[in-house]
Write a protein of this length. Structure first.
Length: 273
């Protein structure tokens, strides 16, 4: 089955900001027929306007409910947007929400006709097709609808199905917020280089390239665990080992990361009400 066969017959994307726009671009890049897509956004970006004029994506609601409604609006806009979108949800419409902090129950409350609902948590690298999305479905989602969701979210990276929605907050804390942790690591490496006497511009380039290359190596060697790759860089008694003695100490990086991710999870739970 090719990607075109996995896509829905008709789709509405509500909200075409950074993440919504990345998804739309990913779908079109995989061959999704733009005539089968409708985008609803009160202030479409220049990129979305160009896709509309160049590809034929409609910037208006369809006359009938689509097979899939993707909610990519800002979470705080859900109540206002739901009134205008309710007519687009029929009993057989799959609703996919990427709204942080909005549970499947929240979506059901706003769209009473909805039966099949999937909650998704993508992350920022989706903008370059290298994201990872955690997916949680309610009991009414069919096998066909799961296939559609995998194709739609797979267009911006990898997908992971969760056993239940309760794990979404953990996904938010790990991979949803995770890119910020990696970017901060690059900042800290650069600052450490400056502290050792490197010019700021050189330290920034060295740190950035190190994080970029290490991530690419992880991507290209899926047969190796992060631990194995770490060990491949580390010589006994060498410079890397000296640094890892600090990072891997009892009060080193691991407990700090665990504490940070736990804080993010608590906040996600608070936002989910």
């Amino acid at each position: 089955m090719n990607d075109e066969d996995r896509f829905p017959a008709a789709l509405v994307l509500a909200g075409a900001g950074k993440m919504g726009g990345a998804m739309l671009q990913g779908w079109l890049d995989l061959g999704f027929d733009p005539a089968r897509a409708n985008v609803i956004d009160p202030q479409p970006s220049l990129h979305i306007l160009e896709l509309a004029s160049g590809k034929g994506v409609a910037l208006a609601a369809p006359a009938t409910p689509p097979e899939v409604l993707v909610l990519a609006i800002k979470p705080q806009m859900l109540d206002d947007a739901a009134a205008g979108l309710a007519s687009l949800v029929a009993a057989d419409t799959l609703v996919i929400s990427i709204l942080a902090g909005k549970t499947i129950a929240n979506i059901k409350d706003r769209f009473p006709e909805a039966q099949a609902i999937i909650r998704a948590m993508p992350n920022l690298p989706a903008a370059v097709g290298r994201g990872i999305t955690g997916l949680a479905a309610n009991e009414n989602v069919s096998a066909r609808q799961r296939t559609i969701a995998e194709a739609l979210l797979g267009a911006i990276g990898r997908v992971e199905w969760l056993p239940h929605e309760g794990l979404i907050d953990a996904v938010t804390a790990l991979s949803g917020s995770g890119p910020a942790y990696v970017f901060y690591l690059a900042e800290c490496l650069a600052e450490a280089g400056v502290a050792m006497g490197l010019p700021q511009e050189i330290a920034a380039r060295l740190a950035r390239a190190t994080v970029e290359g290490s991530g690419e190596l992880l991507f290209r060697t899926p047969q190796s665990t992060p631990g194995e790759l770490r060990e491949s860089v580390t010589s006994r008694g060498g410079t890397t080992a000296a640094a890892l003695d600090v990072l891997m100490a009892a009060d080193g990086l691991r407990p700090l990361i665990e504490k940070a991710v736990a804080a993010a999870k608590r906040r996600a739970e608070e936002l989910s009400g």
